[in-house]
Ligand binder design. Structure first.
Ligand SMILES: NC(=O)c1ccc[n+]([C@@H]2O[C@H](COP(=O)([O-])OP(=O)(O)OC[C@H]3O[C@@H](n4cnc5c(N)ncnc54)[C@H](OP(=O)(O)O)[C@@H]3O)[C@@H](O)[C@H]2O)c1
Length: 333
């Protein structure tokens, strides 16, 4: 009897926040695998803000998901059938499995992971794309030095929480911007940030003044919009602004910063980054992050929800902020 695969496809391009009818939920029987192919039972699905960008019909760093296609997503799962000599049954892999319970692949783009070293879900979090983004973003793009003052937006999220902790390990003063008291307490008490600004309940400029009285050396921005604009005012001479993301702008026509002349006055730089450019170095970062975790210097938090049928509602948690750390959907046991 063939297995049934629940798949989520793009039904139409959303205007603003995705709605339930942005997606088609289908149950399809799985075909047999061919020579050279593997069948992966996806256990964890990575929910990432970038997925919102991938369903726009616009030029980007990666082609958009087409109408009727399975929604693109990172996954971690187990090989349950193999006709590919490079992958044995029982091996755990991570890669671009898409929003579906099972993936048939030739193995390209999937890499083996060791669940004895780290829990499977971590390979789509701090050891996956968000962790790689944080590592290369803050070290290679932010070029942090000891005693730098680093401001991070989206600080309680998958990328921001790792950025802040790496900057602390490197001897920086780290201030996070996050929504709500719970998240602000979390980044200070659990993650060791030096300060937090609750942008939902405090004037952001006052918060930055209070925490970064001498200004900002590095602003690692995950949010964009008004938060980016405000942070620009407080740059120090030769500051670096890392444009990692702009989640506040993903569901509308983006607005640009008014305060960009701060870059000129302060001889500062603002540069975009795409994590995929560092793919050849992921192994180095994974090894280092795993080491920091094992030494108790870095904490990895996954916020796990269950059920592929809940994909739409759980995906929206990225935009309403109702989660802490890396947002993960468990879709198979
Ligand atoms: N450049 C790259 O290669 C790359 C790679 C991975 C991720 N990214 C980007 O990095 C950023 C963070 O990604 P992530 O996976 O770590 O997501 P995340 O921070 O785990 O989740 C998103 C968070 O953004 C905050 N947020 C949502 N809407 C907001 C708004 N309107 N204003 C301010 N904050 C808002 C929420 O936190 P609060 O409750 O604190 O508001 C929410 O929890 C995203 O912009 C993503 O696109 C870039």
């Amino acid at each position: 009897m063939s297995l049934i695969n629940t798949q989520v496809k793009l039904a139409k391009r959303p205007d603003g926040l995705p709605k339930k009818d942005t997606w088609i939920f289908e149950k399809n029987p799985l075909r047999e695998i061919n020579k050279g192919e593997i069948l992966i039972q996806n256990q964890f699905l990575s929910l990432d803000p970038a997925m919102r960008g991938w369903i726009n019909n616009s030029r980007s760093y990666i082609p958009p998901v087409q109408i009727g296609e399975i929604m693109r997503a990172g996954t971690a799962g187990k090989i349950i059938k193999s006709k590919n000599t490079n992958f044995q049954v029982g091996t755990y892999v991570s890669g671009w499995g898409g929003v579906q319970q099972f993936t048939i692949s030739d193995g390209l783009g999937f890499y083996k992971v060791d669940i004895k070293r780290s829990p499977l879900e971590r390979y789509i979090g701090s050891l996956g794309m968000p962790g790689m983004t944080a590592y290369f973003g803050i070290l290679e793009e932010g070029k942090i030095k000891k005693n730098d003052t680093v401001l991070v937006s989206g600080a309680a999220g998958a990328v921001g929480s790792i950025v802040g902790q790496i900057a602390k390990i490197k001897g920086c003063k780290v201030i996070g911007i996050a929504g709500g008291k719970k998240k602000c307490d979390y980044i200070i008490r659990e993650l060791g940030f030096d300060g937090a600004i609750d942008y939902k309940n405090e004037n952001l400029a006052n918060g930055i003044k209070r925490n970064c009285s001498d200004g900002i050396d590095v602003f690692f921005d995950n949010v964009g919009g008004e938060i980016l604009d405000c942070a620009l005012i407080f740059l120090k001479k030769n500051a670096r602004v890392v444009l990692c993301g702009a989640i506040s702008q993903y569901n509308k026509i983006p607005i640009g910063p008014k305060n960009y002349l701060s870059l000129l006055v302060n001889r500062a730089s603002m540069k975009g980054m795409i994590v995929f450019d560092y793919a050849s170095q992921y192994k180095i970062a994974m090894k280092q992050i795993q080491k920091w975790i094992s030494l108790g210097k870095l904490k990895s938090k996954e916020d796990i929800y269950e059920g592929i049928e809940n994909f739409h509602e759980i995906f929206l948690k990225l935009f309403n902020g109702k989660k802490i750390g890396k947002l993960v959907l468990k879709i198979n046991s």
